[in-house]
Design a protein. Structure first.
Length: 251
């Protein structure tokens, strides 16, 4: 299969709706094509969003989501435009049906409140004044010229200032997890936990906040993986060394 052919099929592939033969052809192409694997990663947020919408809620949508999805897939094979359209569709369905989360994130206050559509919009408007920190779990060290003097001060930063966003990417062995965090004081020992739909708690990663981790924009990036699949996870919790929940994000 060519890249264009695979990219037309990726939206259906990520939803698990391809037949066995085409699935095998897509996966064979993905094994040797990093660009298409990157495209697949961009679409990985679609199933968790659609999973939050019930059949009744879809039936009350103003336009049948399947028809919209089919049209979007047929209209364009250009990678970025198509992937953004699919994710926008998923988000719009969730907002219309649930009035709830459009991305897995929150402004943490220790209470685990999930960012609503309205809050996400407000956060976007204020992003120029308050850029978010990125914390993925296997440290990616910023360049020397980007290292910061803007890391949160231990005395100044509080749980109320912590922000957490989660991105999940399916892998053969489970799920790759990226956590974007800001406002965590330097020296804090952080642990990210995945809470399963069955109530079990699994540690995904842990790290200690280091001043050198923060870039000039106040960001620090880490990533890790879990054997859990996205549909097995109910929420993520960020805790400090005292076991206090700094922020939580529902999946």
């Amino acid at each position: 299969m060519t890249c264009d052919e695979v990219r037309i099929s990726l939206g259906v592939y990520v939803l698990g709706a391809l037949d066995d033969e085409e699935t095998a052809r897509v996966e064979a192409h993905l094994d040797g094509c990093p660009d298409c694997r990157a495209e697949l990663a961009e679409l990985s947020g679609l199933p968790p969003l659609l999973a939050r919408v019930s059949a009744d809620e879809i039936a009350h949508a103003s336009e049948p989501p399947r028809a919209v999805l089919d049209r979007l897939l047929a209209d364009s094979v250009r990678r970025r435009r198509r992937s953004r359209a699919l994710l926008t569709l998923a988000a719009s369905i969730v907002v219309a049906a649930l009035g709830g989360t459009t991305w897995l994130g929150l402004a943490g206050d220790g209470g685990g409140q999930v960012t609503s559509a309205a809050a996400a919009s407000a956060a976007a408007e204020g992003s120029a004044q308050a850029p978010q920190d990125n914390v993925l779990m296997a440290p990616v060290t910023p360049g020397a010229d980007a290292r910061s003097k803007v890391a949160p001060d231990r005395q100044a930063a509080t749980a109320a200032s912590v922000r957490l966003a989660i991105k999940m990417t399916p892998t053969k062995d489970g799920t790759r997890v990226a956590a974007e965090v800001s406002g965590v004081p330097v020296g804090t020992a952080c642990t990210l936990h995945a809470v399963g739909v069955d109530g079990t708690v699994t540690e995904v990663a842990s790290w200690s906040v280091d001043p050198a981790s923060y870039g000039a924009d106040g960001t620090s990036t880490y990533e890790s993986s879990t054997a859990l699949r996205a549909h097995q996870i109910s929420r993520f919790e960020l805790r400090d060394q005292d076991g206090r929940t700094l922020a939580a994000v529902d999946v």
